[in-house]
Design a protein around this ligand. Sequence first.
Ligand code: ATP
Ligand code: MG
Ligand code: MG
Length: 381
Amino acid sequence: MKKVLVLGAGQLARMMALASKPLNIDVRAYDVGSDKVVDPLVNSLVYGDLNDGIEFSDVITAEFEHISHDVLATCEASGKLFPSSQAIKTGGDRRLEKALLEAADVANAPHKIIHTKADFDEALASLSLPLILKSALAGYDGKGQWRLKDLNDSDAIWADIQSFFDGAQGAERQGVIAEQMIPFDREVSLVGVRNKQGDTFAYPLTENHHSNGVLSVSLAVNEKQELQAQASEAFDRIAGALNYVGVLAIEFFQVGDKLLVNEIAPRVHNSGHWTQQGSDTCQFENHIRAVADLPLGSTHLIRPSAMINILGPDHVDDAVFNVPSVAMHWYGKTKRPGRKMGHINVCGDTKPQLLERLNELANLLPENDFPEVAQYIRQLK
Ligand code: ATP
Ligand code: MG
Ligand code: MG
């Protein structure tokens, strides 16, 4: 039986463990906060510390990119870490990420890297407003971001950025990226997988809707071939440049029929959760297959599929089970406002059937727990 250690003990590690059981692969998770290796399905089962986890495992992988460089170095030294520490760090530092996109020659938003007030002023002079400023190291779910629409606000925003970094050690930790705001038509993402031999498979493009800066709904129907090809090409360039092993997600802005990369995630991704019901092989299994050096599975879309995130509530109306093909995925977490508690997958034989089922769900999910979700679903065509 192969053994995999996942750095991070959240829902992504849990879903990797669930997908691995039938493959006879045993997954344990390293909880960075408590420095304990746990069973991701029974978090209270503790197996030891990081060194015990490294010893236990044949392969080490990660479920998030904000991992201390010491931990990554220790894991890499064992020769078991996939993807590489460099790939994980790149996903966790917007400066490295932008450099990668430039080196791989992949279209992205015009941007500047800022460390000092002089850099900030230069960014204001050379980029056109509105701008979005993002902390280089600390951001996820839209946190650590500022929007600058009017030059009159620039002093106040600079002050805000300084106070965000108050207490952060060293200039290196205080980097910010200034990006031109892209007037996108929509946001899409591509989840793909690459093995050690360099073979890649991509899932169908996914349309993503965010509520309050957090992904709330993903929709996977087969998109136009040309768009899919553009996204797959970006995937191959980025994954190739990183000599990547495992599942990698790329978020894009679509402007007309062009895709610009927003950011990458060196891991399984929330916008790929629909693959649990909608694809031949789900993203969690394919990630495990790639890092464990097993043949990759088909990423074919079985039927149009969607995912609705459950952000905060620990219960939904049992009537959702009446909607055909609904699959519930709870993460077993304690309730906290806005926390990712679970998701609902739903499929249809055709796109109209999927939209019909999504509309049935929208009627069952209250607006205060699922802000903007019904509104987004009702305008889908
Ligand atoms: P996560 O990792 O959870 O996806 P994040 O905190 O890393 O989020 P981004 O994905 O960079 O943040 O940005 C969050 C959202 O803000 C994007 O999904 C998009 O809606 C908007 N956004 C970010 N950058 C831009 C941009 N350059 N132009 C227009 N909108 C943007
Ligand atoms: Mg991000
Ligand atoms: Mg994002």
